[in-house]
Design a protein around this ligand. Structure first.
Ligand code: AMP
Ligand code: GLY
Length: 428
């Protein structure tokens, strides 16, 4: 490297904090900026008050500071074409173009791509009006998954048990997301354990990261409503190394090849949300970015230099590359505001322990700094993360750190990484 790299991380969640934290460990990285960042990121990055969807503002900033690399965290700016705008001005940006980001921003487009590439996924029918979809759902007579086409912040999917529930779900989802009501998917309901596999792609080649398990439900034992994710474990004990290899060969490689063949080569993180069914892994969804909270549990185990890896992807140089990981485990526990995922207060003062062991890191999500005091500012507030030689060691360390965080009335799951929750063998 000729000069220390200057990198801009776009986003303000625990995922972006984890990305900035990992980049800061690279000997090649000099300065890190975060737009807009958060108080946790401010310890390692210069935070600039530019919103993630202010594409012009981000391009202007990156140009003005001559950033060598822009890493985009969330899906919203990717779907708005932030990478197209950055690369038009000659900047190097890690993330897919607006066209390739459709793997996430259009579920019907992603489904058609999977069918063309022969990628295992749930059977699906696509409808262009709620009435047609509701009539079909009635005829399907039971278990069906209803999905709307566009981005809906995780609220565009309903898993129905009965025909009546499915029909109601069609109308409710369409009412809540009128902008996406023109394309409705009815999908076969798959059974199994869910795992996320993220691949870094340079448009042609793909490197798989460790499989990770998100915990979407708010309550212990996977109970209660869905959330943005209450914790993650990596590597997921449900997917063996042979299983990961199968996902790489049957899902990630064919998807990257089909994206390129269709004229929308994908550079960035191709995230496969999988159901490990009896017949093997099947895709529930693709996302076009790092997963949250999976990234908080994956990056602490990554041994490969993250800046080198992301730059290699941007320059189409991932041929023969592999991501190296420590042979240990990581558990990340999300501490949330009282009431989350329903309405919650903000502004609760938080005190973090100043003497954390080296295996523990607390990534900030919804925090802010008010007159020098750290306060809560969102639903998911902290991702308390620990590594260990096995999941159990990591789990104990993470929960010991949670018990030392002073965050009145917060709640968090007590079973992230516990044997009962994570046990289960998967053989491909
Ligand atoms: P998606 O946004 O498509 O990943 O869906 C959100 C959640 O709905 C997933 O994490 C699954 O828990 C569930 N889900 C989606 N599709 C299916 C399916 N075909 N079968 C069973 N569950 C599903
Ligand atoms: N962990 C779910 C997501 O990132 O979409």
């Amino acid at each position: 490297m000729s000069h220390p790299l200057s990198v801009l991380v776009v986003g303000s969640g625990a995922r972006e904090h984890a990305i900035a934290w990992k980049l800061a460990q690279s000997p090649n990285v000099g300065t890190i900026f975060a737009a807009p960042g958060n108080p946790g990121m401010a310890a390692l990055a210069q935070c600039v008050p530019v919103s993630v969807t202010d594409i012009e503002g981000i391009v202007d900033f990156a140009q003005g500071r001559e950033c060598d690399l822009v890493v985009v965290g969330p899906e919203a700016p990717l779907a708005l074409g932030i990478v197209d705008a950055l690369t038009r001005t000659g900047l190097v940006a890690f993330g897919p173009t607006q066209a390739a980001a459709r793997v996430e921003s259009s579920k019907s487009w992603a489904k058609e791509l999977m069918v063309r590439a022969g990628i295992p996924t749930a059977q699906c029918q696509i409808f262009s009006s709620p009435e047609e979809a509701a009539a079909a759902a009635r005829g399907m007579g039971g278990e069906v998954v209803v999905k709307l086409d566009g981005l809906a912040g995780g609220k565009g999917v309903a898993v129905a048990e009965t025909a009546q529930e499915a029909e109601m779900a069609v109308y409710e989802l369409c009412r809540a997301n009128p902008q996406s009501a023109g394309r409705i998917l009815l999908e076969e309901r798959l059974e199994g354990v869910e795992v996320s596999v993220l691949g870094i792609s340079d448009g042609e080649h793909v490197c798989s990261l460790l499989p990770a398990k998100d915990h979407k439900r708010v309550g212990d034992g996977d109970t209660g409503p869905n959330t943005g994710g209450m914790g993650a474990v990596a590597p997921s004990p449900h997917l063996s190394p042979e299983g990961l290899d199968r996902v790489h060969r049957e899902i990630l490689e064919p998807a990257v090849a089909e994206l390129a063949r269709s004229g929308t080569p994908f550079v960035g993180v191709l995230y496969a949300g999988l159901m490990l069914t009896r017949e093997g892994p099947k895709v529930l969804e693709f996302n076009c970015r790092f997963g949250d909270p999976e990234t908080e549990a994956i990056l602490p185990l990554l041994e490969t230099d993250l800046a080198d890896l992301l730059l290699a992807a941007c320059h189409g140089e991932l041929a023969g590359a592999a991501c190296e990981f420590q042979a240990s485990a990581c558990v990340s526990v999300v501490m949330a505001s009282p009431g989350y995922p329903g309405p919650y207060p903000t502004g609760i003062p938080i005190h973090l322990p100043s003497d954390l062991p080296p295996e523990v890191v607390i990534f900030h999500a919804g925090t802010s700094s008010r007159e020098g005091v750290l306060v809560s500012a969102g639903g998911r507030v902290l991702a308390v993360t620990a590594t260990g030689d096995i999941i159990e060691t990591a789990r104990r360390r993470a929960y010991a750190a949670c018990s030392r965080v002073d965050f009145p009335d917060c709640h968090f799951r007590r079973d992230i990484g516990c044997i009962r929750c994570e046990a289960g063998e998967y053989t491909p």
